[in-house]
Design a protein around this ligand. Structure first.
Ligand code: PLP
Length: 401
């Protein structure tokens, strides 16, 4: 007997990148050495004082239900942190604690988008944006990026061309997964002006706000007119190496946050009580481990970049944020006579064990896209393995040229 699946389930997308992880695991099980560049996860442990705070909270009995929008000490600490780092004036009522950053995407969309409303979102981009827009019967309007000498820039032409009276929301992921694109102030202001002028409400996905190698991170909420129309997606996952703890927050205007918390009560009731106490320790505690993590990531980034740029047919600019590289592999593919980036991915995996995702795991390529890209995450692989794995890939592509 087959289940009578609801029609809406057909509109629900997924993260196809997980399939690459499963494929790499299958290969590793056969004894092949795999170099995991596909994971957006960290192989760096959560700082000890955060672990201790969680254990203490369990021992103290913080194991029951807690308030739906989050425990007050965490909401207050979160409001303080976001006010300080984004130049805003927030209090606990501007914060709804979530089980990670990811749930903010669907709850933001459910709160603000009606069926038929159009939503601008980055493609390539985090695949859950498109999945949630489609699932809730919005109209996805993807915008891309332009490769520059120093990285990637927003394609304003694509953004402005697609704005119509039906466009209601814009999703913006500065410090971008997968391209690592980082807006300078001019680019960010231009986008902010477009949002104000067209009365767009904004989801600012700031998952990688604190994974920055140089300078001070910036948020679109610093521009006039934006705080009142923006929800920030915050996560503890990356900054504090807490991906599996599932702790994040939606931060924005009170009314929107209240409604988002109403989804919490209907869905998970509350985010895990003792994990929230660990979150308080994370926000209030020392940042030494975070800084060490950034140093480790910087070394991995520089190592990978130098090997990639020394590899035939591949080039990549040095990004200042996230833990992803998005090299252009068009020439390498041409040499191999390949048209599909998926063929390139499988070929490299098969010949070298180097496992990565491609542009196509981050949305359907847009019309007119000619360049081919892959995404390498260096968050889950040590420097020595980076040298070994990318060294093998370099050799493979050199022999062929
Ligand atoms: N947004 C972006 C751009 C991401 O890359 C991720 C995770 O990889 C998330 C949001 C969600 O992260 P989490 O749910 O672990 O907070």
């Amino acid at each position: 007997m087959s289940f009578p699946f609801a029609e809406r389930t057909r509109r629900l997308g997924t993260e196809t990148a997980f399939a690459v992880g499963a494929e790499a695991a299958r290969l590793a099980a056969t004894g092949v050495k795999v170099y995991p560049f596909h994971l957006g996860d960290l192989n760096i442990p959560t700082p000890e004082h955060i672990v201790e705070a969680a254990i203490r909270a369990i021992r103290e009995g913080k194991t029951g239900y807690c308030p739906t929008p989050g425990i007050t000490p965490l909401r207050e600490a979160m409001a303080e942190e976001i006010s300080r780092t984004r130049g805003l004036k927030l209090d606990a009522d501007n914060v709804s604690i979530q089980t990670g950053g990811k749930p903010v995407i669907g709850k933001f969309i459910m709160t603000l988008m009606n069926p038929g409303d159009e939503v601008l979102y980055p493609n390539p981009g985090f695949p859950i944006y498109e999945s949630m827009i489609n699932f809730h019967e919005g109209v996805p309007r993807p915008y891309g990026f332009k490769e520059t000498r120093t990285g990637f820039a927003l394609d304003f032409e694509a953004i402005e061309r697609q704005i119509s009276p039906r466009t209601k929301l814009l999703i913006y992921n500065n410090y971008h997964n997968p391209t690592s694109a980082e807006s300078d102030l001019e680019e960010m202001k231009r986008l902010a002006d477009i949002c104000v002028k067209n009365d767009l409400f904004v989801l600012s996905d700031e998952a990688y706000f604190d994974i920055l190698f140089d300078g001070t991170p910036k948020s679109i909420t610093q521009f006039p007119g934006l705080p009142e129309r923006t929800v920030i997606l915050y996560t503890f996952s990356k900054k504090f190496a807490m991906t599996g703890w599932r702790l994040g927050a939606a931060i924005g205007p009170r009314g929107v946050i209240e409604t988002i918390s109403r989804f919490n009560v209907n869905d998970e009731s509350c985010t895990n009580n003792f994990v929230q106490w660990a979150g308080v320790a994370a926000l209030k505690g020392p940042l030494d481990d975070h800084r060490k993590m950034i140093d480790i990531l910087r070394e991995r980034r520089d190592t990978a970049i130098s090997i990639l740029n020394d590899t035939q047919g591949i080039h990549v600019a040095t990004p200042n944020s996230t833990f992803y590289l998005f090299p252009n592999v068009t020439k390498a593919m041409e040499k191999l006579g390949m048209k599909e980036v998926e063929d390139f991915r499988k070929y490299v995996l098969d010949k070298t064990g180097v496992s990565f995702t491609t542009r196509n795991h981050f949305g359907t390529p847009l019309p007119g896209e000619t360049q081919k890209y892959v995404r390498l995450a260096y968050s889950g692989i040590n420097t020595s393995e980076i040298i070994e794995g990318l060294g093998k890939m370099k050799e493979l592509l050199t022999v062929l040229s």
